[in-house]
Design a protein around this ligand. Sequence first.
Ligand code: ATP
Ligand code: MN
Length: 463
Amino acid sequence: MKPTTNVKQLLKSKAEGQPVTLMGWVRTNRGNKHVRFLAVNDGSCQASIQVVAETQGIDAELLKRATTGSCVGIQGVLVPSQGQGQAVEIKAQELRVLGDADPEEYPLQKKGHSMEFLREIAHLRPRTNTFGAIFRIRHALSFAIHKYFNDNGFCYVHTPIITGSDAEGAGAMFRVSTLDAAKPPMRPDGHVDFSQDFFGKETNLTVSGQLEAELAAMGLGLVYTFGPTFRAENSNTPRHLAEFWMIEPEMAFYDIHDNMDLAEDFLKYLVLYALENCADDLEFLGQMYDKELLDRLHFVVENPFRRITYTEAVEILLASGQKFEYPVAWGNDLQAEHERYLVEKHFQCPVTVTGYPKGIKAFYMKLNEDGRTVRAMDVLFPKIGEIIGGSQREEDLETLRGRVAEMGIPEKDMWWYLDTRRWGTCPHSGFGLGFERLVMFITGMANIRDVIPFPRTPKNAEF
Ligand code: ATP
Ligand code: MN
């Protein structure tokens, strides 16, 4: 027996007594000793379908085993529903229990488990309405990202996950090594001898595909990456993962304004895509967790983002009269509390901040004429804070070499990056969108651990 259809298709079909074979997991089993009503969900959509089984035709013992969480196969016919709440239902002619779920032991008995509890049973989360919705939305957004770039003439490039460069400076890294951790080979100076390691040098998991994406953009024009990135920071916050997915477009001939325009258009496209293609799942999440979710999504699509400079942001924060945990002063990085004040209290809309002090940003960002600020841009979102970080890149060889030296990065590690400025350099820009932060915003989830199937965070790599 193999399913001939799924619940999503069936709920859209005209019920004309046609034969169907469906498989899925029982959500509820109600009724009396003459007739049982099974709600069966197969993950194809938010809704379950009602299966009507009369104990005259279907073995009562089998029906008893079709408890919440069990897996069943049904052969029957699709008929107009007799009851309320659904247009169609399956009248069962044959039932198979493919997998029992002992009601004494199955952990997902009732509705309304806490998100914390569900994280502990992340292997079973996909069977809940909430995580079904989240993971379907996550899928739809992944598809939409590729569609957006493909439709706009971008080329998807695959940048390495194992990297030999640690110059990006976006965060602490995870080492990749095959050396014996208990007894690594040592150099006479007392340091580990990585020349004996797998790659003959120190290697790590990448924190960003940007530098390699830049190389590709200097030949292919418009490119993007979409892959996993890793940061070994010990930041146990609701917005940080040690393993997360990042989308990094890189565009030849774009300046910082083109970059901001693209970021805004891209984010609006993705939110609209979710509204148009994931309506049932968004409706469900809005009802269950956040009554303002849909309004917030529509607002982002319909309104322009505010654009301000870092210096203006600092002035607004200083004049706000708010007490912040982290002090506000020109030269300090903006913290999540500052970002959220700007977005949620002051402007009440998404904000793009440009012109950050060079001291708090990466070496590759293009220096402004003032010599103190760089053409960085961060897009700040309600409930999230920073969702995108990007910049125009420094394309001038001598200025870039100066910055590399200032930051104490050995030039010999960056020869390939500097080469792009040596030959045929051009103005270019790009940004990084944290995929899970986007999914958080669109699903309304408050914790990043709930928008990725198996989160990796400090002291947690179960499953
Ligand atoms: P933050 O200041 O929020 O820690 P960042 O400035 O270190 O972020 P970038 O290096 O600019 O982040 O990375 C680009 C984007 O990747 C960020 O705007 C954010 O959406 C996402 N991001 C960064 N770090 C993480 C993380 N640890 N977990 C999930 N997403 C992240
Ligand atoms: Mn950033």
